[in-house]
Design a protein around this ligand. Structure first.
Ligand code: ZN
Length: 285
């Protein structure tokens, strides 16, 4: 199932995407869930009802007539792993990490799948990072690798957009990774039952139609299950938390000469089976 948060002239609503239509859930069942985090938390009890509403497909709307929002508008946590594809490690000039390198993107960076990426006032060194995003379901603490698949609710396409100067001028990356609008993701959550193995999906980034990153998620150094096991040793993973799983080689900072994003650019990230997001770059005013 493809679950989205959208707007159609009123307040944000939840919906199920079916082809070029979306079935609004709240209109059929107003008390179903107040938002996507609530829906994920209650999934075990309401999945049958959601599937029944989707099956009836009453009142479905044309997808191109609604505005898709960030599937989770304010995630509790956005955790992201650094240096997790061999070719990106190489282009970064870094040694292969012995330990998983984690940083946070603040939840205020979360942004919709087609919303603008804001370019801060000059000097600005904004870069793209195509990433698969795992959305936590039931979550928990001390999740063993063997149980990690069951902890995932679904998957999205994401861009771990980064202000490189802010990222690299200090040992901590969190500010450079947390500018407002710099965590666009979506276009919807593809539930885990439709993604039998999240390792092996083709992933691409294009800037103004030019291919920049091209890889597949089977090349993760630490795979999604390793990531969940490791993270949950430190912290409780909760419904709707996001995990940005790393970016392959081809970021703008590693080009010769480096190419940073500027107003007017369009960044498109695609993952086979999960859809695509496309974000125009605009100057922050
Ligand atoms: Zn990243």
């Amino acid at each position: 199932m493809k679950l989205a948060t959208f707007e159609a002239g009123g307040a944000p609503e939840l919906g199920v995407v079916q082809g070029d239509h979306i079935v609004p859930l709240n209109r059929a069942a107003p008390s179903l869930a107040i938002d996507m985090i609530d829906l994920i938390a209650r999934w075990g009890r309401i999945e049958g009802e959601v599937r029944a509403i989707a099956g009836r497909a009453a009142d479905s709307l044309a997808l191109d007539g609604v505005r898709l929002l960030a599937p989770i508008r304010r995630p509790g946590k956005i955790m992201a792993i650094g240096l997790n594809y061999a070719d990106h490690i190489e282009e970064s000039g870094q040694p292969k990490p012995e330990h998983q390198i984690w940083f946070a993107k603040m939840s205020t960076a979360a942004s919709g799948p087609f919303d603008p990426i804001l370019i801060p006032k000059a000097p600005a060194y904004v870069d793209y990072e195509a990433e698969m995003v795992a959305v936590i379901g039931a979550g928990g603490r001390h999740i063993a690798r063997a149980d990690a698949a069951r902890a995932v609710f679904g998957y999205c396409v994401g861009d771990d957009a980064t202000e490189r100067a802010w990222q690299l001028r200090t040992p901590q990356w969190v500010l450079g990774k947390s500018f407002d609008s710099h965590a666009p993701f979506g276009p919807w959550i593809t539930t885990a039952d439709e993604v039998p193995d999240p390792h092996g999906l083709a992933i691409r980034a294009l800037v103004n139609g030019e291919p920049r990153q091209q890889s597949d998620t089977g090349k993760l150094v630490f795979d999604v299950w390793d990531q969940i096991e490791h993270l949950s040793r430190a912290m409780t993973l909760e419904p709707g938390d996001l995990i940005f799983t790393g970016t392959p080689g081809g970021v703008g900072a590693a080009m010769k000469p480096p190419q940073f994003l500027k107003a007017g650019d369009r960044v498109r990230i695609e993952i086979d089976g999960l859809g695509a997001i496309e974000n125009p770059c605009v100057d922050e005013v």
